[in-house]
Design a protein around this ligand. Structure first.
Ligand code: KG4
Ligand code: ZN
Length: 347
């Protein structure tokens, strides 16, 4: 392990592995910003049958697919294990059984091939997805991370250095999308379905609350909004009125996007960010992308967002985060374990 660690190679090739939820993914990234391969095996079809991710099924599917996904990532990149500089893997947060599959595979490869191992925080991966297509982007900048499990507004102080300004007190933004989609009969996964339905609806049709969290300007709360949508649906059902799904989707989406944009705008003003980025699965939402773009245009600062394929879970973002961790000298041992509740900045 040590020999390769010291070896000076021109190009740094990182194999990234991601298995924290329902995507089995592997990717090879060159010098932190050039994606040579990005293989994603989604389990969405199986989990759709159950209306959401079933953890035991997720782990089993990861086990069935991980070796093939890694093999494919190496072959599409046109390299073998001996060309790699290091192996980076998501070790938290996420579903413990799912994380363990990726962590075990990464440890086995690193050990067998004598490569350094770098444990990566999943949210750090999402943030780093912005570096892939935006070669000019460098810290410091403000970032809104919105995924199925997380809603964080933060200051990216430097590579690997984050200051959390606000986070959700209850549901994550993506969780709210998924729950509301289920309630209005759009099914799983909710985010993309609401995004699509909202394009045909009127965002002003129903006024849903924009929740503020007392005493914390940058924290979020989405459970009240979710309840307001459920109350609206129950009220309509009791009165025997039919609902316009597209209007509910558009009005709900507008309420989420308004809150996310207002908080981001306030942070840009207070912290004087010279650039702003979004990340995570919900960052692929078309209304959110448009609204934050608009906010940044008004403030005269550049706005960065990954292509949708790099917003939702993927391993390229893990390889990029792993690259910056590797360059900063961070290494994990063979005792690396899955940490389902890992906090940003804890590793
Ligand atoms: O980042 P991600 O793939 O996984 C987590 O780390 O959680 O995010 C998944 C979340 C899901 O809640 C999904 O509904 C949401 O991202 N999502 C969207 C869209 N695409 C995915 N939410 C709103 N609009 C979308 N277009
Ligand atoms: Zn994610």
């Amino acid at each position: 392990m040590k020999d390769r660690d010291k070896q000076t190679k021109k190009d740094v090739l990182i194999l990234g592995i991601e298995s924290s939820c329902d995507e089995t993914a592997a990717s090879v990234v060159k010098n932190g910003r050039e994606v040579l391969s990005n293989v994603i095996s989604s389990q969405i079809d199986i989990h759709t049958l159950y209306g959401g991710v079933v953890p035991e099924i997720a782990s089993r599917k990861h086990m069935e697919r991980i070796n093939q996904v890694i093999r494919q990532a190496l072959s599409e990149a046109g390299i073998t294990l001996s060309d790699l500089t290091a192996v980076a893997v998501t070790y938290g947060p996420g579903l413990v059984g799912a994380l363990l599959v990726g962590v075990s595979a990464a440890k086995a490869i690193a050990y067998a091939a004598g490569l350094p191992l770098v444990g990566v925080h999943h949210i750090e991966g999402h943030i780093c997805a912005n570096y892939i297509e935006n070669k000019d982007l460098e810290p410091p900048f403000g970032c809104l991370v919105v995924s199925g499990g997380h809603t964080h507004l933060l200051r990216v102080a430097d590579y690997g250095k984050y200051e959390i300004l606000g986070k959700t007190r209850d549901d994550a933004a993506g969780e709210a999308f998924d729950k509301v989609a289920r309630a209005i009969g759009l099914g799983y996964p909710g985010g993309p379905k609401i995004d699509k339905a909202a394009k045909e609806g009127n965002p002003e049709a129903i006024v849903f609350p924009r929740a503020k969290v007392d005493g914390s300007e940058y924290d979020f709360s989405f459970s009240g909004l979710k309840s307001a949508v459920l109350n609206y649906l129950n009220g309509a059902a009791m009165k025997g009125e039919s609902i316009v799904t597209e209007d509910v989707a558009a009005s709900f989406q507008k309420a989420v996007v308004d809150v996310l944009t207002d908080h981001s705008a306030a942070a840009v003003d207070e912290y004087g960010f010279k650039a702003f980025a979004i990340a995570g699965g919900v960052a692929s939402n078309s209304a959110l992308r448009g609204s934050i773009q608009n906010m940044c245009d008004k403030k005269g600062i550049p706005f960065y967002m990954p292509s949708p394929v790099f917003c939702t879970d993927n391993a390229a973002m893990i390889a990029v985060a792993g690259y910056y961790d590797y360059m900063a000298g961070k290494r994990s041992g063979t005792d690396l374990n899955a940490c389902p509740a890992l906090r940003l900045g804890e590793h």
